[in-house]
Design a protein around this ligand. Sequence first.
Ligand code: ATP
Length: 257
Amino acid sequence: MSRLSLQDVSVRYGNAPPVIANLSLTFGARDFVTVLGPSGSGKTTLLKLAAGFLQPTGGQVLVNGEQITGPGADRGVVFQDDALLPWFDALENTALSLKLRGVPAREYRPRAQAVLARLGLAGFERRKIWELSGGQRQRVGLARALMAEPHFLLMDEPFGALDALTRAQMHEVVLDLWQRLGPGILFITHDVEEALLLGTRLVVLAARPGRVAQEFGIDFGTRLARGETLRSVRSDPAFVDLRERVLDLVFTREAAA
Ligand SMILES: Nc1ncnc2c1ncn2[C@@H]1O[C@H](COP(=O)(O)OP(=O)(O)OP(=O)(O)O)[C@@H](O)[C@H]1O
């Protein structure tokens, strides 16, 4: 089973104080780790380390015990600004990495079509990016990340710009693909409810330097994925209590920083 491990990592930009110090975090297939923390606590930096876009100045990032040296097909990345190419259609954006590698269209088309259909975009393959809604664009971003059948999905506030209803729909999409395909997910968010509703583990970071303040094991996402309603989960006293505790933890620390 695949495991991604950040071991005692630190990041320092130039001579400035460290942005992340001695942070350790390991997750594997079927883990859904949500990461919450005040602005500047190093959430995006953490994701860049896991993606291999950035090398730590101390410590190691390992996939299955091997130190990573850069991005890899085993790790799919989704950002908030989905970085889709507006002059390509949904299918070409989905298949972009295969297209760039020279894989012929007759091979990448059916694969991209299947992934788009899984994300509810059957019939939208030929639409240009500017002809899609925000939620549909994020689905294309997700489809692109899924094309290589990654073992890990790394998501940086992917739904931050969406309205509440579309965001709730995207939560269902992500929980469904997590349940069916089982990648390990690292999901960065600013939103306490989102962090609680999706994850199996919630990691709260503290700032200056970025480090793990606390970790909680949670089952709300698993319950939603199994069919419990959002209303029932959100009104569960365990959910309400934990939301208050986490809000306290994040905002008290933010105020103190
Ligand atoms: N390339 C860079 N050069 C110098 N400093 C950087 C660079 N990238 C990030 N930083 C600094 O590192 C710190 C952590 O940034 P990061 O984006 O990881 O935090 P974050 O928790 O994701 O913040 P936010 O919630 O505001 O997105 C910030 O103080 C930021 O200014």
